[in-house]
Design a protein around this ligand. Structure first.
Ligand code: PMP
Length: 445
């Protein structure tokens, strides 16, 4: 028998952790070993309230038996099947179930579903579909992809190229022919807004600048997160998304909403498309698609986009793209069970019911040391702290470490705290999030 170290004392050497300062972490590791409902358990046996639904993904809370049983059944029945030239019923079933709740409802027609293995893969898939669509409709010069500053679209080369985060970009080459809209974050005009920021709809007109600069006939698509999550909960100003849609339509540019975070109930509607009433041509999802328990991503495509790619000779492959794990049967089983839970417990709209209390609770932190803005929407909050001189991100990181010691998991990005608890959160959990954060903020002072 190999010498297996006990679960609570793993060797930390071999695992090269993603998105983590490895040396710092391994000097003082924070390890989680179990999860149930709204709580994690740390390896030293402490209960940690999950203020972030894992990473914006465990929407129905942890340890859902319905999902684990469905996954186990599927593993026993058929663990894997090839993803091309062969199909399996469960992937078709899952796509149909997703189509039935597709962003924007039946009128939007976003009911053709392409499966991927993660959010990053869903983004690359959507970008490629957009370019392929333009070519299929005789507009092969339209290859340029437009993202937005402070956008996050995963870590594929497509995603970092349209993304707007310098740390994701500075070391790596980008796709040629990408450009970026200005971001919409404007605390000088919009700090402590209740609801969507009032100022900034005109920032959508930045797309007109890029059209004038590059020519509409070179632009395939624009991709934005309706609500930017990973970069600090940046909300779209009133009318911004509407205006972006209008400009895209006028210039024949496809609009992609990256709903990896906002999909599956985070804002209080099934998708941000439903929440804002603005219909893009493609929507990327992941995370809540399987309640976070099995990696999976998906792209919802409009029928117009899908059908344009279905023309051509019968035996021709319409979109030469896909993954070994596209439509993975076990992920589909998890996703179907997650959809059953979401429907059975009303979770795709529940955030809307608790949003007023959530917003009130979060805004009660106004006035505490270093808090310079608070933004809320659905069951999401961004709390922005003033940075320490010359040490951006340090203050929020200290808060994160302190909150973890106090039994609360938060997420920080730069000096912004992002909160997104599971959609099953009750008043008691929200109270605990606020009181723990309040104490930690006061201590930080
Ligand atoms: N798009 C958005 C908007 C995201 O928030 C994320 C992940 N946080 C991604 C894409 C990438 O997803 P993944 O990490 O599953 O590749």
């Amino acid at each position: 028998m190999p010498d297996i170290p006990p679960a609570n004392a793993p060797s930390l050497d071999a695992y090269w952790m993603p998105f983590t300062a490895n040396r710092q972490f391994k000097a003082a590791p924070r390890l989680l070993s179990a999860a149930q409902g709204m709580y994690y358990t740390s390896v030293d046996g402490r209960e940690v309230l999950d203020g972030t639904a894992g990473l914006w993904c465990v929407n129905a809370g942890h340890g859902r038996r319905q999902i684990s049983e469905a996954v186990a059944r599927q593993l026993d029945t058929m663990d894997y099947a090839p993803s091309f030239q062969m199909g399996h019923p469960i992937a078709f079933d899952f796509a149909e179930r997703l189509a039935a709740i597709a962003p924007g409802g039946p009128a939007a027609g976003l009911d053709r579903v392409f499966f991927a293995g993660s959010g990053s893969e869903a983004v690359d898939t959507a970008l490629k579909i957009a370019v392929a669509y333009q070519r299929a409709t005789g507009q092969g010069t339209r290859t340029r992809l437009i993202g937005r500053e402070r956008g996050y679209h995963g870590v594929g080369f497509g995603g970092i190229s349209v993304g707007g985060l310098v740390n994701n970009r500075r070391v790596f080459p980008q796709l040629p022919g990408t450009d970026h809209l200005r971001h919409t974050h404007d605390p000088a005009r919009n700090a402590f807004s209740r609801g969507l920021p009032e100022h900034g709809a005109e920032l959508a007109d930045d797309l007109e600048r890029l059209v004038a600069l590059h020519g509409a006939e070179t632009i395939a698509a624009v991709i934005v997160e309706p609500v930017a999550g990973s970069t600090g909960v940046l909300l779209p100003p009133v009318n911004y998304l509407e205006r972006l849609r209008e400009i895209c339509t006028r210039h024949g540019i496809l609009l992609i909403f990256d709903e990896v975070i906002t999909g599956f109930g985070r804002l209080g509607a099934p998708f941000a498309v439903d929440y804002f009433g603005v219909v893009p041509d493609l929507v990327t999802t992941a995370k809540g698609l399987t309640n976070g328990c099995i990696p999976m991503g998906a792209v919802f495509a409009s029928r117009a986009v899908h059908d344009a790619l279905m023309h051509g000779p019968e035996a021709q492959i319409e979109l030469f793209h896909g993954y070994t794990y596209s439509g993975h049967p076990v992920a589909c089983a998890a996703g179907l069970a997650a959809l059953d839970i979401y429907a059975g417990e009303g979770l795709l709209t529940r955030a809307g019911d608790i949003a007023p209390d959530w917003s009130e609770a979060m805004h009660s932190l106004r006035g505490l040391p270093h808090v310079i803005d608070i933004r809320t929407i659905g069951l999401v909050a961004g709390i922005e702290l003033a940075s320490r001189d010359g040490a951006a991100g340090e203050r929020a990181y200290d808060l994160f470490v302190d909150c973890f010691e106090r039994g609360l998991l938060i997420r920080v990005t730069g000096d912004i705290v992002a909160l997104s608890p599971p959609l099953i959160a009750e008043t008691g959990h929200i109270d605990r999030i606020v009181s723990t954060l309040g104490e930690a903020l006061k201590r930080l002072a």
